[in-house]
Write a protein of this length. Sequence first.
Length: 430
Amino acid sequence: MSTLLKNGNVFTPNGFKKTNILISNSKVSLISTLDDTSFDNSIDCNGLYIVPGFADVHVHFREPGFFYKESIATGSLAAARGGYTQVCTMPNVNPAPADLKSLDVQLEIIKNDSVVHITPYATITSRGDGRSTLSKMADMADYVVGYSDDGKGVQTGELMEEAMIMAKSLDKIIVAHCEDESLLDGGYIHKGIYAENHNHKGISSESEWVQVARDVELAKKTGCKYHVCHISTKETVDIIRRAKAENVDVTCETAPHYLILCDEDLKEEGRFKMNPPLRSKEDRAELIKGIQDGTIDMIATDHAPHSQDEKSRGLQKSPFGIVGLETAFSLLYTHLVKKDIISLEKLIELMCINPRKRFPLTGSLYIENDTPADITVLDLSKKYKIDSKNFLSKGKTTPFDGEYVIGDILYTFVDGNMVYDYKNLPNYQK
């Protein structure tokens, strides 16, 4: 089966170029003229933009163990809807992938159910709790993208150093959720204006950045590749900026909600609760500077679905986590590109290029001859209203529900197969 994408604006190593793409045998060919070109299907992409499929290094698909929140099948459909062709699943599932037998459970589900490329993380510790002994890291090295206890910070420097030494010996990356539990004090939103005015317990910025500072020094000492998850504070941005200036092998991500919202936007609803929490407007401003100057390498969604019942319990009692795969590009294009904060090319760098430079992922940095046919077709003029009822994810909780955005995904191809077609969405808006 071959598909021709006609007259699209294609993201090449030399920037966007108007040309035709032939997808055949899981590969891409750029064709300037259609003479003697044979194909089975064609799509008119005039006015549309064609980019490498997005890559998200931080998602929670909840399977095995928590199928009622999300599954590999529904999570991967949500990823395809959002233009993602590669995602990396965090290991807070049951059984946690702390040894090869447990990891195999997840790998088998991925093989059978996913419509996108999924590479999982294994845990750092044997219980994924940031405190127990190391997992069977060496046994799993060939099957995972790296090691993380996401949801928990590694609580002692000694344990993190031990993990980094092992990861270094395996040429793998440590991916850290940085949170010092001794500084949490029962908090569940940012320790800032909203918490103070509404009598909520706050999570200090220090609980994040003190572990980042510790780990940067350990990465410098061990030479381990180190990546920081979902950074949210101005202090973290500064620590990572200085570490990079010292040539420490560190990268980091932030998430769309930290770039768009702050704690002043909070409402008394579970859809505004995630970890790290929405921080101050000063933190948000520094995160934006971080993506502009390259301190922040990539944007990941931290897609973390829960059931509607769980998220209906308000800020204090609902679990941490929101969904984001299906809205990330539209939100970032609307709030960052359309407002001239960053260029479209910079957004593609943050969502496509840099994740693949840092992690061993499928897909390509640019679209050119003989690259994998993992591609996404965008309509940058389409305006629509975010409606969580139409999400393909089981999770429906987003702080952006009801917001109008510009820019949408029309088609997603994985290995040359169309895994998302906007016309198949229920109630799709032309």
